[in-house]
Design a protein around this ligand. Structure first.
Ligand code: IFM
Length: 721
């Protein structure tokens, strides 16, 4: 089987939302959904921009979709030949993961359309398409080629209007409603046929209408070059976009494609994990790595990865803990400069976290649960809409999911341990850690009659149980944060002056002893026969099966959490919580304890979040439960091939690609099956290959050097490359 591509035959408009995700092309700057060239909002076409947000009225802020400058629509003798409107005789579409190339082969009566397109990995503002029409009968072809403004928006429109400019390159300029960010798109063509050309400006875009008589058997080709720029990167984005697509036209499609392919080759050279023994699993892992690599910020140094990547506006294009805990490890070990960008995003957005803490009456840094530009909180108090009453449901993710700040600290610290690079700590990371620790000091619940300090009224990773007390994950991660803050003294022992002046500047002298005190007083986990209680009172909840809880649902889209959710009064949890802790801090727990907790929590976990299966899989590897690990690996790696994962939280659409699962798939292969870990600054492996695999190989950057890991059924090696 071809382990490097995804192919689909036939076209079903009912599957357009999912196909747009599965066939995504992206380059970290923008994502082009896998819809056909002729698609508008009906088929969920969108070009989603990274880091450009807008709010229209009272609706949620979300990322902005740029005008679609790869738009093409075909007519034969005046009749449209368009997927979604015209039934094709045959249709096949394919995504080549090796080089992010989307292709289609559609046989309409009487024209066959074959095209290839990409979002350039070599030049971030560029997109290109080569569109071939083979005519089966004499007649007249009209091609509508231009920039479409008919895009799928969840909470749009996001532009005040459109300014259309004709010329050798068509241009559409628009300014966002909230912040006046200018977004410009340009398009130019290269055709191998003579046409009559007329310009059409319509509410849904600016187009060239190219008409030409055709003979049976004739083949016509048009190359389309498009560019998108915004005022966030420089002045006069319209002119920059215009020049960029005209330059690309001079080079031609083949040359642009070559540069794009070369860039992808470099990405795979440092990140490809090869699995042998199971073709489907190998393909799924390539899919995962493709999806994560194609949305990684490469054009900027302080952008991060949204929870649904660049596949649309779901989850408000926001950055969750997914980025640090699930996406980061693959980049740390393969492309550390991208890992730095994800972490720099948190350093740069510290002011947003300080502001959020202040708003809630705390000190220090309380990071946004759903972070947008500048660290602005995108999460609202009502994040789900009830399917029965159609009313917003009060959710507490924004205000009580306080583990987010500790997750940021965990990532910063792990990065410096794994890479040995302390510069990020010096360049703002240490300040982030200290501000997060300060937040937890001020958020702690101390009691006059007890020594122990609680964290009450929180939400752990399992979001079905809100407003709980002493969530084991949260408390332990807070401890990690506090210990990291205290360890900074040793880490910067040789730079005492620098560190002392930072403490002074932050007016931190009083806090250090308090942090030490908190370490000693923080409530540890309660256990029952070796099983950690997820939060105070969890064991007293109804202990029933997942199926029993599922049977209580009255609607497929019903939200399981919130005030009336079916899971809230039971021990059924949404996602790895205690087990996530054990996967993140493996040395803190003995095997026996881990096994007991795995056995207890796995059957009680819905895996209702795409963040869940990989945490369990990592632990299953540790315990040698390799069949379980394999099952969870397949679920994790296959998510953006099958289009799995939950699509709805109540009435809110939450589908898209799943960067956290994509990163999770790499973690299972590298950290789980290969058992990669750092020991005294050197990488080592502890292989645990499931029976389904015969070989696993991948490159790693660790301790400043390049290594190759190679594992077979007879053992494994990690050697300098
Ligand atoms: O961050 C996750 C969260 O843990 C569960 N709900 C979805 C979020 C985004 O993936």
């Amino acid at each position: 089987m071809d382990v490097w591509s995804l192919e689909k035959c036939g076209f079903d408009a009912g599957e357009a939302v999912g196909d747009g995700n599965r066939f995504l092309c992206a380059n970290g700057y923008m994502g082009l959904r896998g819809a056909p060239e002729e698609a508008g909002r009906d088929l969920y076409a969108a070009v989603t921009l990274a880091g450009v947000y807008d709010r229209n009225g009272q609706a949620w802020r979300e990322p902005v979709n740029a005008p679609n400058a790869l738009y093409l629509r075909l007519f034969f003798n005046g009749k449209a030949l368009a997927l979604g409107e015209t039934r094709p005789i045959k249709h096949r579409q394919r995504l080549d993961y090796r080089c992010g190339l989307f292709s289609r082969d559609t046989l309409f009566d009487p024209v066959r359309v074959e095209s290839e397109r990409f979002v350039s990995m070599a030049e971030h503002s560029l997109l290109a398409d080569r569109y071939r029409m083979q005519v089966i009968q004499d007649g007249e072809i009209t091609l509508q080629a231009g920039i479409s403004t008919d895009l799928w928006d969840i909470n749009g429109p996001h532009f005040k209007g459109f300014d259309f400019r004709p010329g050798p390159a068509l241009q559409v300029r628009a300014v966002t409603c909230e912040k006046g960010i200018e977004v410009a798109a340009a398009q130019c063509l290269r055709t191998d046929f003579e046409t009559l050309e007329r310009l059409e400006q319509r509410p849904e875009g600016l187009f060239r209408m190219l008409t030409c008589p055709v003979k049976k058997g004739q083949i016509l080709t048009v190359e389309v070059f498009a560019a998108v720029c915004t005022s966030q990167e420089g002045k006069d984005p319209a002119e920059t976009a215009r020049q960029s697509c005209l330059r690309a036209r001079e080079r031609g499609f083949e040359e642009c494609l070559k540069a794009h392919r070369d860039a992808w080759e470099d990405i795979w050279a440092c990140s490809e994990v090869t699995l042998e023994g199971n073709g489907e699993a190998a393909r799924d892992l390539h899919a995962s790595q493709y999806h994560l690599n194609c949305i990684a910020p490469r054009h900027a140094q302080d952008l991060s990865i949204p929870a649904r990547g660049l596949s649309g506006q779901t989850y408000k294009g926001a950055i969750f803990w997914d980025a640090e805990i699930f996406c980061l490890p693959m980049f740390v070990f393969t492309q550390p400069e991208i890992a730095r960008s994800l972490l720099r995003y948190r350093i740069e957005t510290l002011p947003g976290a300080l502001k959020k803490a202040r708003e809630y009456g705390y000190r220090g840094a309380f990071y946004a649960w759903e972070s947008q530009e500048g660290g602005q909180e995108g999460c609202t108090d009502f994040n789900v809409v009830d399917v029965f009453t159609h009313r917003p449901v009060r959710t507490y993710f924004r205000d009580r999911q306080i583990h987010i700040s500790a997750d940021v600290v965990y990532a910063l610290w792990q990065y410096s341990v794994w890479t040995g690079d302390r510069t990020l700590l010096e360049e703002g990371g240490a300040r982030v850690i200290l501000e997060c620790a300060r937040f937890y000091l001020s958020r702690a619940n101390a009691h006059l009659d007890r020594t122990e300090v609680d964290y009450a009224d929180v939400i752990g990773p399992d979001e079905y149980h809100e407003r709980v007390c002493n969530n084991a994950f949260t408390n332990r991660m807070i401890l990690y944060c506090i210990e990291s803050a205290l360890s900074l003294r040793e880490v910067f022992g040789d730079k005492k002056a620098w560190f002392s002046s930072l403490l002074k500047e932050m007016d931190y002298e009083r806090e250090l002893p308090l942090l030490e005190e908190l370490c000693g007083r923080l409530r540890g986990p309660k256990t029952r026969e070796g099983v950690i209680e997820q939060f105070d009172g969890y064991f007293a909840l109804e202990d029933c099966s997942l199926d029993a809880v599922r049977a209580r649902l009255r609607d497929d889209r019903e939200y399981w959490g919130g005030d009336h959710g079916v899971a809230g009064t039971t021990q059924i949890i949404k996602q790895a919580d205690v087990l996530a802790l054990m996967a993140l801090l493996p040395e803190a727990f003995e095997d026996e304890e881990v096994e007991k907790n795995w056995q207890y929590y796995e059957p009680r976990t819905e895996h209702g979040s795409s963040l869940s299966a990989c945490m369990y899989a990592l632990t299953a590897c540790r315990l040698g439960l390799l069949d379980e690990a394999w099952r969870l690996f397949r679920r994790t790696a296959g998510i953006d091939v099958t289009g799995g994962g939950k699509q709805w939280a109540g009435e809110i659409y939450i589908g898209g690609t799943h960067p956290a699962s994509n990163g999770g798939a790499w973690m299972i292969a590298a950290l789980g099956f290969a058992g990669l870990r750092m020991s005294n600054g050197r990488p080592e492996i502890h292989p645990r290959l499931p029976d389904q695999l015969t070989r696993l190989t991948f490159p790693v950057i660790a301790g400043g050097k390049k290594w190759t890991v190679d594992i077979t059924r007879d053992g494994g090696s990690i050697l300098p490359s």
